[in-house]
Write a protein that binds this ligand. Structure first.
Ligand code: PHE
Length: 337
């Protein structure tokens, strides 16, 4: 047994490949291996009980030794096979390519969070709308000149592609009644010639708040809160009169230029102000169309151009980049999480 043990150790040291080790295993532990035969050929009848016991113990110990040594040799072999040369720590890691969020999605998600914190619902509408919700119920009757302000894509069946998210105002009033607080982000369509600042497909985010005694002061307060959250600083706003048939009074809300703080620069075209969004108090006719009593309730609405805001926020020089589908464009914005 001593000899076998010594020989085994020597054979294993000499074994350099998987096959060598396997050959050693067969030579010692195989069906006709030296260790196996040791037991097969032992003449137990010639042994006393104590001898038999000693033989058994020594045999088991030898067998366990052989198994362990062979297993260790195999393990050494696999670890050297995989060892350092296959791991080059200086190579760059595998790149898990995540998609990127579109700048409009980024701005929309940010605004949704802000408005939700102010108790606004986020509602969705239809890209294909009826004349009633897009125009009629917004106090824009059939031959009203305001229809010309928005070049509409009419469908053959008399429906249209919504020209603004205001089409959701009366839908929301009908569905939820008053009081209501909601925003409607989404895609709008106008038949415009496309150039660096005009698209036929763009995004707006409409806001509507109707409750008891809502005034222009509420409109200004909500807008200032939201704008401070988007631009990460206090903003100065001003209202100029603006005309939209569905608000009365109607305004254009400007913010003081964030680049020059009102001094006048190229961004604000030397005026110190940047036109940001149209808004106003909901016209009583619109409330009536939505089955809300204008003697009990009032509200404000605004129409924020998401496309324009994204362009402002990320300094995007050409509106056509937004719908280009060019991944080199999107890859410049934060990755999706
Ligand atoms: N829907 C108007 C537009 O797209 C904007 C607007 C919304 C104006 C809400 C006033 C109130 O031009």
């Amino acid at each position: 047994m001593q000899e076998i043990r010594a020989q085994l150790s020597e054979d294993l040291t000499a074994a350099t490949t998987d096959q060598d080790i396997e050959a050693v295993r067969v030579r010692y532990l195989g069906r006709k291996g030296a260790i196996t035969l040791l037991r097969k050929n032992a003449d137990f009848s010639a042994m006393s009980g104590a001898e038999r016991k000693r033989f058994g113990q020594q045999f088991n110990e030898l067998k366990r030794f052989a198994e362990q040594q062979i297993a260790a040799a195999q393990a050494r072999q696999t670890s050297t096979a995989l060892a350092p040369p296959s791991i080059d720590m200086t190579l760059p890691g595998l790149n898990n390519h995540l998609g990127h969020l579109h700048p409009i999605s980024l701005v929309q998600m940010e605004l949704e969070e802000i408005f939700q914190s102010l108790g606004f619902m986020i509602l969705d509408g239809y890209h294909v709308e009826t004349d009633f919700y897009n125009f009629e119920s917004l106090n824009i009757p059939r031959d009203h000149p305001a229809r010309d302000m928005q070049d509409t894509y009419w469908l053959k069946n008399g429906l249209l592609l919504r020209t603004h998210t205001s089409a959701n105002q009366v839908r929301a009033l009908e569905h939820y009644g008053a009081p209501v607080r909601a925003i409607f982000p989404g895609r709008c369509f106008r038949n415009e010639a496309i150039d660096p600042s005009h698209e036929n497909t763009f995004y707006q985010l409409e806001g509507l708040m109707v409750d008891r005694e809502i005034s222009v002061a509420n409109l200004i307060a909500v807008m200032r809160t939201v704008l401070a959250a988007i631009f990460h600083r206090e903003v100065t706003v001003r209202l100029r009169p603006g005309y939209f048939p569905f608000v009365e009074p109607g305004f254009e809300l400007d913010i003081q230029c964030l680049i020059c703080a009102g001094e006048g620069c190229s961004t604000c075209k030397k005026s110190g102000w940047i036109e940001l969004l149209p808004c106003g108090l909901v016209h009583p006719r619109v409330l009536e169309f939505g089955q809300v009593d204008p003697d009990r309730y009032s509200g404000f609405a605004f129409g924020l151009g998401l496309t324009r805001l994204a362009m402002m926020k990320y300094n995007i020089p050409d509106i056509r980049l937004l719908n280009s589908g060019d991944l080199r464009f999107c890859e410049q914005f934060p990755a999706a999480v």
